[in-house]
Design a protein around this ligand. Structure first.
Ligand code: 3PG
Length: 391
C-alpha cells in the first residue's frame, strides 16, 4: 500500500491535523451510538502520546454552509472526549478566520467543518487555509473517504505531509483482504430495501463471489426475476431485467444464488402484524414478504458455513419487528459462528450486529457506510487516491 503512515512519523512538537469521521447519530442532544468516536480514539491518542499538538476536524450531518446551527455542533462529541480522555480537550468554534493557539498534549476539536463556506466543494483557498494550520495532515475518516471535500481531499493536496491514521489503514486493510485476494469460497450477503441503491455493488460482486445471498426488499426483486409470485410485496419493477442479468451472470460463472423455498409474510407493514410462514409458491395476492423461512435459511446457513470469506451489507428481513427478525438473527449468528474472515459494513448491518450482540465475533466491522459500498463497487475513493499521490 503506497500510503504514508502516521505511526512511522516523528510528530513530537509538530502540529497535527487529524480528519476523523465523528459523524455520529444524535437525538435530543444525546449521542445514540459512540462507535465512530471510539474507533477514532487510537489515532488521536497516538498523536497526543507522541507529544504533538493535536487538532481534530470532522463533519456532523449536512448543515448549510456559512451558518452556525447548534443542532450540528460537535459539542456533544467534545463532551464525550472530555469524559473519556485524560488529555485536556477544547472545542474551537471559529478556527478558519480567528487565530487560535494549540499546545502539545492537548486536544483541540475544530467545530463542524461543514459550517465552513467551500468545504463541500473542496474550495482551493479554504483547503490551503486548512493546510496552513498544520505540519502534518492525517486522514483517518474512512467513512468520508468517498467525499472530495476541503477537509478530506484539498488539505491533503496542500499540507506539507499527508498521511493516513490508524483507523483509516485498518479499514483499508480489512476491505483489501476481503476483496482483492479473498480466501475461497467467497460469499456476499446484500440486503436492505432498495435494489437501485445497491445495483452497482450487486453487479460488481456477481463477477467476484462464489455465492451471492440477497435479502430484504432486494430479494423480492430477485424472486420476481425468477418468475415467482411475490403478492403485494414491495419490489422495483423496472429493475427486474437487471436482476435477471445478474442471475444469468452468476449461473454462467457457476456461482450460486441459494434457493428460496419458504418465506415469512404479513398483510401490512405494522409492528403488530402476524407473521405467517409459507411456501414461496403459496404467496397470496395480498401477502407481503418480510422475511425468509427456515428452509430457505437452511440453504443460506450452509453457504455461510462453507465460506472462507464473507462480505455482509444489509439485513435479510424486516428485523426491526421481532416477528420478522428470525431470518436476520439466524443469518447473523451463522456469520458470527463461522471461521471465515467476515467483513460487515453499513448502518443497518451494524444495527443488526448490535441487536443480536455478536460484534466480537465478526472479523471486521467497518465504520463506513457510503465509502464501504463505493469501495466494494470497485471505485477509487478520492481520499485513497490523494494519499497515494502524496506518498
Ligand atoms: C457517513 O455517515 O456515511 C459519512 O460520515 C459521510 O457522511 P455524508 O454522506 O454526509 O458525506
Amino acid at each position: 500500500m503506497n500510503i504514508r503512515r502516521l505511526v512511522d512519523l516523528n510528530i513530537k512538537d509538530k502540529k497535527v491535523f487529524i480528519r476523523s469521521d465523528l459523524n455520529v447519530p444524535i437525538q435530543d442532544g444525546k449521542i445514540t451510538s459512540h462507535k465512530r468516536i471510539l474507533a477514532s480514539i487510537p489515532t488521536i491518542e497516538f498523536a497526543l502520546q507522541k507529544g504533538a499538538s493535536v487538532m481534530v476536524a470532522s463533519h456532523l450531518g449536512r448543515p448549510e454552509e456559512g451558518k452556525y446551527d447548534s443542532n450540528y455542533s460537535l459539542k456533544p462529541v467534545v463532551d464525550f472526549f472530555k469524559n473519556h480522555l485524560k488529555y485536556p480537550t477544547h472545542l474551537v468554534s471559529d478556527w478558519v478566520n480567528s487565530p487560535f493557539d494549540t499546545s502539545p498534549g492537548q486536544l483541540f476539536i475544530l467545530e463542524n467543518c461543514r459550517f465552513n463556506i467551500g468545504e463541500k466543494h473542496n474550495d482551493e483557498v479554504l483547503a490551503k487555509k486548512y493546510a496552513s494550520l498544520t505540519d502534518i495532515f492525517v486522514m483517518d475518516a474512512f467513512g468520508t473517504a468517498h467525499r472530495k471535500e476541503a477537509s478530506t481531499y484539498g488539505i491533503a493536496q496542500y499540507a506539507d505531509i499527508a498521511c493516513a491514521g490508524i483507523l483509516f489503514l485498518a479499514e483499508l486493510e480489512a476491505l483489501e483482504k476481503a476483496l482483492l485476494d479473498p480466501l475461497r469460497p467467497m460469499i456476499a450477503i446484500v440486503g436492505g430495501v432498495k435494489i437501485s441503491s445497491k445495483l452497482t455493488i450487486l453487479d460488481t460482486l456477481s463477477d467476484k463471489v462464489d455465492q451471492l445471498i440477497v435479502g430484504g426488499g432486494i430479494a423480492n426483486t430477485f424472486i420476481k426475476a425468477m418468475d415467482l409470485d411475490i403478492g403485494n410485496s414491495k419490489y422495483e419493477k423496472d429493475l427486474v431485467p437487471v436482476a435477471k442479468k445478474i442471475i444469468d451472470k452468476l449461473k454462467k460463472r457457476g456461482a450460486l444464488l441459494p434457493k428460496i423455498s419458504d418465506v415469512v409474510c404479513g398483510k401490512k407493514f405494522d409492528a403488530n402484524e402476524t407473521a405467517v410462514t409459507k411456501n414461496i409458491k403459496d404467496v397470496d395476492k395480498d401477502d407481503m414478504i418480510f422475511d425468509l423461512g427456515r428452509e430457505s435459511l437452511g440453504e443460506i446457513v450452509k453457504c455461510i458455513q462453507n465460506a472462507k470469506t464473507i462480505i455482509w451489507n444489509g439485513p435479510i428481513g424486516l428485523f426491526e419487528f421481532d416477528q420478522f427478525a428470525k431470518g436476520t438473527e439466524i443469518m447473523t449468528n451463522a456469520i458470527a459462528n463461522s471461521v471465515a474472515f467476515s467483513l460487515a459494513g453499513g448502518g443497518d448491518t451494524i444495527a443488526a450486529i448490535e441487536k443480536f450482540n455478536v460484534a466480537k465475533d465478526i472479523s471486521y466491522i467497518s465504520t463506513a457506510g457510503g465509502a464501504f459500498l463505493e469501495f466494494v463497487e470497485g471505485k477509487k475513493l478520492p481520499a485513497i487516491e490523494i494519499l497515494e499521490r502524496r506518498f
